[in-house]
Design a protein around this ligand. Structure first.
Ligand SMILES: O=C(O)C1=C[C@@H](OP(=O)(O)O)[C@@H](O)[C@H](O)C1
Ligand SMILES: C=C(OP(=O)(O)O)C(=O)O
Length: 436
């Protein structure tokens, strides 16, 4: 599938982007492990979170199909209620599903195999198999540390104290989920804060999570009690609209019910540093998660040096932020973000190539990118099957001088299936076809 964009336009009105992907994964996993019936609203019906749902169903958990409001009912069987899947669990494009489920499955009394699509089968998994191995788990990966992951049951996991080499919520969460099935306490220390949805949701399900500065811990053998979960709109999906409305003249857009968890808010901070006009309206909480409406109006942006402590707080928003940088006066410089090279695509190289194709000077480094703002031309960009790259370049059309074609966009459905119609309703001149 490809996106076809005509240049110009602006974004106006009110948009509710779909439910948060990270929180949707966790709602299914914790609901599956809880005692009782969990009711979810605002679940993301994207391919990634549906892969987690299908995996939990394949392990015997009764879960209803999401309806249009993202209502899902999960009949949890308790911490020891999962049953052996009859086939490998295929997690598609979803790194979060594979890494979190690896931790959850390490402590089960049955064998399992985790596979995914061509992108996921190339992503690094040693970051979870290594610490889970220290807990006593038996997991084999390929010689290069990638899936398929074969998980063999062991008698008992043991708690560990583990210092994460990079700030990663997926690795932290994987270890904590294994910790639910381990003897004693499991502690994870982070080098910098990463998203804390697992900790918040464990607490909401009545499980004690201990905190001590940058250390977070759980003790095995507790109990999760079913609860209702209201999932906020995904700030990572809202990010494309925050950028689009900032760069397009005469834009004025409201994004409703957006999660503004402090461990996810880097994109708001960074755009505001660049001069964006973003107002946080009506802050409130959905369960344990802070939420607000965001009003964004066009603004003249300027380039910045991105503070390294913001990198983990905005990790998925850099494709969108790079488009803002392309439209800003002066240079924007990112460093300390080597993690971007091991996402669904190599987001440093793929974004640099796309920006260059559109006439913007973009100079990649091992751990970042330097972008000089300028006039976006039209042209053809390859998203390499990366949903966030595709949606970021779609927004670039608002400031381009000629049409833009974006190739390999089907994976937009992993996190934001209705992106094209929602963006078109707000004013983006987007259509799609099946020719590329
Ligand atoms: O825990 C999560 O839900 C996620 C954590 C991040 O990955 P890392 O932990 O690998 O940084 C992020 O990139 C991903 O989209 C979702
Ligand atoms: C990195 C992402 O997801 P995942 O790691 O779950 O594939 C993302 O959605 O940008």
């Amino acid at each position: 599938m490809r996106f076809l964009l005509n240049p110009g336009g602006n974004l106006r009105g009110s948009v509710r982007v779909p439910g948060d992907k990270s929180i949707s994964h966790r709602a299914i996993m914790l609901g599956a492990l809880a005692d009782g019936v969990t009711g979810v609203t605002g679940f993301l019906s994207g391919a990634d979170s549906l892969a987690t749902l299908a995996a939990c169903r394949a392990m015997g958990v009764a879960i209803t199909d999401p309806d249009a409001a993202g209502r899902v009912t999960i009949h949890g069987g308790g911490l020891h209620g999962l049953t052996a899947p009859s086939a490998p669990l295929d997690l598609g494009n979803s790194g979060t599903s594979m890494r979190l489920l690896a931790g959850l499955l390490a402590g089960q009394p049955f064998a399992s195999t985790l596979i995914g699509d061509a992108s996921l089968m190339q992503r690094p998994m040693r970051r979870v198999t290594q610490p889970l191995g220290l807990m006593g788990a038996q997991i084999t990966a390929s010689a290069s540390g990638t899936a398929p992951l074969q998980i063999t049951p062991v008698d008992q996991l043991r708690g560990i104290e583990y210092a994460l080499p990079v700030a990663s919520a997926q690795v932290k969460s994987s270890i904590l989920l294994a910790g639910l099935f381990a003897d004693g306490a499991t502690w994870v220390t982070e080098p910098a804060p990463s998203r804390d949805h697992t900790e918040r949701m464990l607490t909401a399900f009545g499980y004690t999570v201990e905190r001590d500065g940058m250390r977070v811990g759980v003790r095995g053998g507790g109990r999760l009690v079913a609860t209702d979960v209201a999932i906020p709109a995904d700030l990572s999906s809202a990010a494309f609209f925050l950028v689009g409305a900032s760069i397009a003249p005469e834009s004025d857009l409201i994004l409703t019910d957006v999660g503004i968890n402090p461990t996810r808010r880097g994109i708001i901070t960074l755009l505001q540093m660049m001069g964006a006009d973003i107002e946080i309206v009506n802050p409130r909480t959905f369960g344990g998660e802070p939420v607000a409406d965001l009003r964004v109006r066009s603004a003249a942006l300027h380039g910045i040096e991105i503070p390294e402590e913001q990198v983990a707080l905005a990790i998925d928003e850099f494709p969108a932020l790079f488009i803002a940088a392309a439209c800003a006066e002066g240079e924007t410089v990112l460093r300390g973000a080597a993690e971007l090279r091991v996402k669904e695509s190599d987001r440093i190289q793929v974004m640099a190539d796309g920006l260059t194709a559109l006439g913007i000077a973009a100079d990649p480094a091992a751990d970042g990118l330097r972008i000089r703002g300028g006039q976006l031309r039209g042209g053809t960009v390859n998203s390499h099957g990366d949903h966030r790259v595709a949606m970021a370049f779609a927004m670039a059309a608002l400031r381009a001088s000629e049409p833009i074609t974006i190739l390999d966009c089907a994976n937009v459905a992993t996190s934001f299936p209705d992106f094209a119609p929602l963006a078109a309703a707000a004013g983006l001149r987007i259509s799609s076809d099946d020719n590329g």
